[in-house]
Design a protein around this ligand. Structure first.
Ligand code: GLN
Length: 235
């Protein structure tokens, strides 16, 4: 039995899970094991109650425009729960469609405006007859870490107040193809367009999210061993 137990909310996991975003959970479990912890996932979807106090970490994955539209109808019911989870400093990983839905809105490929939660200050426009597809490398300018992934999105996201990019684009398109930013960080919310899934190739992010969740849940425990851990990559 592991020493620490974390509960993960897989937000709309039955609808938003393109390009193996669910692999992020497997990666979290893999890295958690090295930290003497377990991660138990539970899908929280349409009409389910999202109790922010019942979870230590959350994943909000990507999706097609249609599924994003379906999810957008349910978001107002969970807005205050999302807000509490985020403002309490709990770690939330939001990928692509989930990232877009944390912001004000996303204009889908057919021009339809899909409202988001508006809890982060970004918005997302569409682009005509084009998608940003391919390998991408970015650099986190605060930690110096380089992250590698694969992007595939129509949306062009523009960051707002209180957010900073996850990284600066070294190669690829990133948030909008113009300003050289990729993803967003707000409190302990990590947003990205990276699929792949992101955590299998970028264990440093997984380690950060797990450590944050562990410190929140076990404030009196000593995690210096986990901090010092050089986590083994998944491949
Ligand atoms: N449907 C959104 C877009 O095309 C999100 C795609 C995704 O999650 N991969 O921008």
């Amino acid at each position: 039995m592991a020493k620490y137990q974390l509960k993960l909310a897989h937000l709309y996991g039955n609808l938003l899970n393109t390009y193996s975003d669910v692999g992020n959970i497997i990666a979290l479990q893999y890295y958690a094991k090295q930290m003497d912890a377990t991660v138990e996932p539970e899908i929280v979807s349409i009409d389910d109650r999202f109790d922010p106090d019942a979870y230590d970490i959350a994943l909000f994955g990507g999706g097609q425009d249609y599924e994003q539209y379906v999810v957008s109808k349910d978001l107002p019911n969970k807005k205050e729960a999302f807000r509490k989870f985020i403002e309490d400093g709990k770690p939330l990983l939001a990928i692509c469609g989930g990232y877009q839905l944390l912001g004000h809105y996303y204009i889908g490929a057919n021009g339809q405006k899909i409202p988001g939660l508006g809890l982060l200050d970004h918005y997302t426009l569409s682009q005509d007859n084009n998608r940003f597809i391919g390998n991408i490398t970015i650099k986190n300018e605060q930690t110096g870490e380089e992250y590698h992934g694969f992007e595939n999105h129509n949306g062009r996201t523009f960051l707002g107040k209180g957010e900073r990019p996850l990284g600066k684009v070294i190669s690829g398109h990133g948030n909008n193809g113009d300003d050289g930013s990729e993803g967003a960080i707000y409190k302990e919310v990590y947003c990205s367009y990276f699929h792949g899934p992101i955590l299998t190739r970028n264990g440093e992010i997984a380690k950060h999210l797990l450590l944050t969740a562990l410190k929140n849940k076990y404030p009196d425990a000593d995690f210096s061993e986990q901090e010092a851990l050089k986590i083994k990559p998944t491949f």
